[in-house]
Design a protein around this ligand. Sequence first.
Ligand code: SF4
Length: 454
Amino acid sequence: MCGIIGVENNKNAAVLTLAGLLTLQHRGEESAGITISGREKMRTFKAMGLVSRIFNEETLLNKLHGTVAIGHVRYTTSSKSSLINAQPFQISCIHGNISVAHNGNITNFPKIKELLLEKGAIFSHTSDTEILLHLIAMSKGSLTDIIAKSLRKLEGAFSLVILKDRTLIGARDSNGFRPLVLGKIDNSYIISSESAAVEVIGGKYIRDIKPGEIIVIEDGQIKRSLIYKKVRRQTSCIFEQVYFSRPDSVMFEQTVKEARVKMGEYLAQQMKNIKADIVIPVPDTGYFVALGFSRASGILFENGFIRNHYVGRSFIKPSQNLRNLTATLKLRPIGEVVNGKEIILIDDSIVRGTTSKRLINILKEAGTKKIHFALSCPPITDSCYYGIDTPNREHLIAANNSVEEIKKYLNVTSLNFLSLDNLVKACSSSNKKNDVFCVACFTGKYPIKTSKSR
Ligand code: SF4
């Protein structure tokens, strides 16, 4: 998972892109970068670490000159977490200077890379995004043709912002796996992974970029085209609303916050026979789910944890050692809230089970009497190949254990998963169940087959 943003036709393009990246920081903490262009030559600055550590007054004021910019925050899914794979990727080719920032995972990357290598292409990164630059460099025609022809060769998940001279391009794969939105600030267009980034920088969210759509923007003028003439069935990642996206971003005509409140209401319906003293969320994703649960069930909502905001999100760290360390550091139960209580504990999901187990242990150490553990999605039984770094099936606790076995392992009084049907209803607009979601990590039914999928 990554976060991308592009701002065009704006003398403050660098500052707005930077503010956008800070808003999208939750989508990736490993590296960040900005490419800027305008009258001066295109330039890219990127480094490992958090946005606030990479870009300071000096880089902003002295180096980032231009009116069109794209930015990227990275969390590794398809290759090594290293500076060489930090984005945006800027190249110089027959079409001029081009820079690309990508969110997603190109599933036919190995096959295309092999074909390109046979043709003599030289690769300097190990990321899947690099093949797109080769395809663009080898294509002929107008800018829109070049982009469309190149994207037609790719399979999988890709939301993109591309910069060429003073032109900003946005594109989204035909399944619409990863979000991408269009916004506006004064006479400038913005393209971003999430609407919250558009609004935080003072812009207005216009609409989602449609699956399979290419948007080309130059000097405030916008042109749209399609990757394929025939539109495919949309299969947007439902996990965006469960876990990844900000609660104040809009998805499917509602905020992610509204979707999470509905998840909580449905969970309360499913668990109507369970009584408890309080319902507490695991911060931050459990917060609105617990609020919905509390409103629907009448069980008192309480904050049961103090979160250390200076520790990154445990799920998106690349190695198990770092995950262990951050999970222990980041949450501390409030003894006076949980001591002696029967609680409903709400979290987004169980992946390996180790983080949940640790959380439950620390609650018990703080004196919690009974724990009913509730998750705002079904058991994760299958890996993701479209841009979320869920581990191989053998490491997914729900792929290898029944709900009863997981309950025993976690040592909780009850274990409750939101049903798939209720999750889809919660994430759909206007309480209408939409058939527009990828739910493969809960079902093993992949919208696009990969060599690794079942
Ligand atoms: Fe999202 Fe799961 Fe589909 Fe991956 S497999 S895109 S995480 S719903």
